[in-house]
Design a protein around this ligand. Structure first.
Ligand code: KIV
Length: 280
């Protein structure tokens, strides 16, 4: 299958063909996501919560992101791979943003980076784009600002914040983003933004009017207990995995595993000699 490019994503928006994006954090989930035919794979900083068990994304570091990107890169051939910029990797200075975004591409193997924020991030985005780095924006509920938002709450529900999001989206496009994630905002507002901007909008908790959708892999698979209202679980993998581990535990206890087919045989002559030497 043809490798996904920014041009293809733009063509999909024009043709009104929905775009699918999913997160992945390691080699095997990268392979499966790629094989599933999604257009974009995001190594999200949600890795901090669903893989490392933190209660927010704030403790995630650049080194963690680079390592997870490298693992996913080894599994992803066709999909467009995006590395997420973690907290403090780009807010501190434009120089930090350039160096760290460069690391996600050069060391992590990502095709593009994603960062959170609206107009305050415009100059940073402009300079990254000038360096030749493809940037995906992310507005609405931006989890790195969880404290400022008083928790993981939907955004854009009053006129001021709704207007701010429309203007932020337009400013991001002017700064050169190739796509924008819209997280946890009213469906009508997201659809309005999708109509007004020229780049693909990818919604998560933003209704059906975006150009595409993204979900966190562990949420979709039912691997984590608590999920936001906007998540649809497509599997109950926690239960499936638990059933498999329990079956394994029982077979070990009952000496039903391993069987001969899982074991290595020993040449009869070698066994005879061992018996002579060690009296087995
Ligand atoms: O980190 C992440 O997984 C994300 C998606 C929810 C868009 O930012």
């Amino acid at each position: 299958m043809e490798k996904v490019t920014i041009q293809l994503l733009h063509e999909m928006k024009q043709a009104k063909n929905p775009i699918t994006m999913i997160t992945a954090y390691d080699y095997s989930s990268g392979i499966i996501a790629d094989r599933s035919g999604v257009e974009m794979v995001l190594v999200g900083d949600s890795v901090g919560m669903v893989v490392h068990g933190f209660s927010t994304t704030l403790p995630v570091t650049m080194d963690m992101m680079v390592m997870h990107c490298q693992a996913v890169r080894r599994g992803v051939q066709r999909a467009f791979l995006i590395g997420d910029m973690p907290f403090l990797s780009y807010q501190t200075s434009i120089e930090d943003a350039k160096r760290n975004a460069g690391r996600l591409l050069a060391e992590g193997g990502a095709d593009a980076i994603k960062l959170e924020g609206g107009r305050p991030m415009i100059e940073t985005i402009r300079q990254l784009v000038t360096m030749g780095i493809a940037v995906q924006g992310h507005i609405g509920l931006t989890p790195q600002s969880v404290s400022a938002f008083d928790g993981f709450k939907a955004q854009g529900k009053d006129i001021e914040s709704a207007r701010r999001l429309v203007e932020d989206a337009q400013a991001l496009v002017e700064a050169g983003v190739f796509s924008i994630v819209l997280e946890a905002i009213p469906a009508k507002l997201a659809a309005l933004i999708a109509q007004r901007v020229s780049v693909p909008t990818i919604g998560i908790g933003a209704g059906n009017g975006c150009d595409g959708q993204v979900l966190v892999l562990h949420d979709l698979l039912g691997l984590v207990e608590k999920t936001p209202k906007f998540v649809k679980r497509y599997a109950d993998m926690a239960q499936t995995i638990q059933n498999a581990i329990e079956a394994y535990r029982d077979e070990v206890r009952e000496r039903h595993f391993p069987t001969q087919s899982h074991s290595f045989s020993l040449d009869e002559a070698v066994w005879k000699q061992l018996e002579d030497e060690f009296g087995a």
